[in-house]
Design a protein around this ligand. Structure first.
Ligand code: CP
Length: 327
């Protein structure tokens, strides 16, 4: 005999959401957020994570709302998980294709956003190669803006899903030592992680060659290290950042094999780490550059768990932004 169908999810059964802690119209970065605001998103995401385990994964929380994805840079994880998150919340979601839009006829970026808003957009999710683009839009439209990555500036939802993954695996963020290894200089993920981790009272060590990890990052309160092996045993968590070959890295280290020898995560190197080291990587990963396939798929790795958590985090962000009092 089949078991009875579970009760349909409802708004009220969605999150024990600490919505009252959230009053912002936009999510532009973690630098602006308080510790309590970050925790409000993470606690809401934990509630949505439970919904993903249900047979019926859809809740009506954003019924009648319209979400546009405006991605001016390529994306696999962020764009699809924002789309799926909006659908799970019952919003109408539309991917905007920059290459086939009237931007090619000279229409401005702001006019484009205003036209989408005129169609009723409640939330615009924006990725752009120019730092500050979401902030610019936020000054010109009345709907909510989510920063899905702006140049080398911030990628707040990536850092939030990294924090959620750390919380799930370690039970806390506070008091942990977290290493960010690789291309820190060009990384929006690194900047958002630095803000988020420090606000939740973790210690952050940045590691990589001096060309990719300038000492200037010490001014953000981080420890800077240029050799991985001495710091590896101190880490509770290591977040392996991608070498961004699309941003022309030829001059910042001698060769890929040299980079891999000094900073690549291998099984031999991990043998010197703590047995419970948690390994994260935001993706996409370059197998054989930042880490070996056996490490990427090995017991320390939570890389695909991060992707799963990204869905809950993005549901939480859309939910909290949609619930704010109108201004
Ligand atoms: N981590 C991340 O932002 O991946 P995508 O570029 O595929 O969205």
């Amino acid at each position: 005999m089949s078991s009875p169908a579970p009760a349909p999810p409802s708004v009220s059964s969605a999150p024990n959401a600490p919505r009252s802690l959230w009053t912002r119209k936009h999510l532009l970065g973690l630098e602006d957020l308080s510790r309590d605001e970050i925790l409000a998103i993470l606690d809401t995401a934990r509630a949505f994570d439970e919904i993903s385990d249900r047979e019926r994964k859809k809740v009506p929380a954003l019924q009648g709302k319209i979400v546009f994805n405006l991605f001016f840079e390529n994306s696999t994880r962020t764009r699809t998980s924002f789309s799926l998150a909006a659908k799970r919340l019952s919003a109408d979601v539309q991917d905007f294709s920059a290459s086939t839009s009237s931007l090619s006829k000279g229409e401005s970026f702001i006019d484009t956003a205003k036209n989408l808003e005129a169609m009723g957009a409640d939330i615009l999710v924006v990725r752009h190669s120019t730092p500050g683009t979401p902030h610019l839009l936020a000054r010109h439209v009345t709907c909510s803006i989510v920063n899905a990555g702006d140049g080398a500036h911030e990628h707040p939802t990536q850092a939030l899903l990294d924090l959620m993954t750390i919380r799930k695996h370690k039970g806390r963020v506070e008091g942990l030592t977290v290493g960010l290894v690789g291309d820190i200089a060009h990384s929006r993920v690194a900047r958002s992680n630095i803000w988020g981790l420090q606000k939740l009272n973790a210690k952050v060590i940045l590691c990589g060659p001096p060309t990719l990890v300038p000492s200037a990052f010490e001014s953000l309160g981080c420890e800077v290290a240029h050799h991985l092996d001495p710091i590896l045993p101190r880490l509770d968590v290591v977040n392996v950042l991608r070498i961004q070959f699309e941003r022309d890295q030829r001059s910042v280290f001698p060769s890929v094999s040299e980079y891999f020898r000094l900073y690549g995560m291998t099984r031999e190197r991990l043998a010197r780490a703590r047995p419970d080291l948690l390994l994260l990587a935001p993706g996409p990963i370059n197998r054989g550059v930042e880490l070996t396939p056996e490490v990427a798929d090995g017991p320390h790795s939570a890389i695909l768990d991060q992707v799963t958590n990204g869905l809950a985090v993005r549901m939480a962000v859309l939910y909290l932004l949609s619930g704010r009092a109108p201004v």
